[in-house]
Design a binder for this molecule. Sequence first.
Ligand code: MSP
Length: 532
Amino acid sequence: MKEKFYLTTPLYYVNARPHIGHSYTNIAADALARWHRLTGKEVKFLTGTDEHGQKIARAAQTEGMEPQAFTDKISQTFSDLWKVLNISEHEFIRTTKASHKEAVYRVWIKLNEKGDIYQAAYTGYYCTHCETFLTEESVRQMQAESKEILCPDCKRPAEKIEETNYFFKLSKYQDWLTKMVETGQDEQERPFRIVPETRRNEVLGFLKANQLEDLCVSRPKSRLAWGIETPLSKDHVTYVWLDALVNYITACGYDKGSVNEWWPADAHLIGKDILRHHAIYWPIILKALDLAPPKLIFAHGWWVIGGEKMSKSKGNAVDPVEVANRFGVDAYRYFLLRETAFGSDGLFSEEALTLRYNTDLANDLGNLLHRSLTMCEKYFDGVIPSGVPTEQNSSDIAERARNLQASAAHLFAKVDGKMRDLAFSEALREIWAVINEANKFIESSAPWTLHKQGKNDDLRRVIIALAETLRAVAKTSRPFIPEKAKELWKQIGMSEDIDKPLSVLELETSAHLTMAGVKIQKGVPLFPRIEA
Ligand code: MSP
């Protein structure tokens, strides 16, 4: 049976159209999903839209639309974007789906049976933008300093609200969670990792310095009707974050009352702004439901533009479709995953994208392919030659060719190691290190001179090493730049399916697979240069 891998992205709010920041998580998740498929796993890849709550109800009202029609429209822009960006096979969940409502309903029943839900009158300050009540502590501080009550996260004014609601006993599980974050596993030794380390420390520090307040998990319908009704009261709907987090188990069959073999998730990919919800609320909800914690939560950084986080509300959002149309989908994907480490913030600019394009894609990769294929045509009529018997392989060029072949063969294991850590940028750096090694090899071996001098054995060695390098580059870069990798694969004459999973030999022992006799199919340049 195939090993399984279940990964998720956040569910995006449908109050506005997607921007670069949203596309980032899905592109990263797609590269990860494709890599795991390439290493032979069965992958479940979940994304979707978060459609309830005040923020969305208000956005619909502003547009003069019914919430359902409005969410249908915006949700579609997200699924359309995933097609444009070549996001591979995935499930698209919407929180307005009947099966999801059923799952949320069952969560309520179970939490209530557990004795973890109670009703109480509540007075507090609420931030509609973040869909969160301010903590009593933060309100006290602002009141003490006679300041306007602003949301500590987004700095918008918070609204004072008085109402009766349902609460979930978050506080009861604080010690349990602290221990789990500290040890990286629960009491049954099931893994729970928060990555990067700085985020894990942030969560741990918060848990040690603060007393968790119970979570208000309902909203009165009189104030907000756009939500999933709770089975405990006809007058309340579910808090949008409880609703949204449950999606990760709805997709594993929780609408039937239990989870299937896909739970626990192998990786939740999220942005750092929603760490608290995923690393504090979610594991506690799962514990109360008697379910395993997710194995990994990875909080990535933000795309920043002109010194500020890119966001619709700041008016600095860039449309991913426009950028992809200008630079190409693969160049856009490459830039996002290469430019910055997955856990860090990245600066988005067209200048930076143009530079990466011309340097890494057009110069390094594009030229390597072009030069290699041109020489193969010129010296070997476009057919990859067969190897030279080893006993004659004592020349200097033979040794350097062997080194390059070894680097190419080791690339699979190296990229695999980086992908296990979700280190996309480093995985690409490994691939480009081999590309650059190959380019240097062309310079130092000077095949044109070998040809002139009639050193045919060495010339064969050079072409064979280059072809094998390009094959390894095509296969390992497929998850990042899917269409261009496929084009590269075709141009070097490979007829096998590029998505055929890597063999254990390829992954672990760097088997040497010959390409002798393969007829290349030189085509148009992969990445024509862009003028700045
Ligand atoms: N609906 C919630 C998530 C619920 S998950 C059960 C939500 N939605 S969101 O649309 O506001 O944000 C979705 C994701 O987009 C978050 O992970 C957030 O970090 C990410 N990004 C939004 N702007 C971003 C950047 N400028 N850069 C990178 N990612 C950012 O939160």
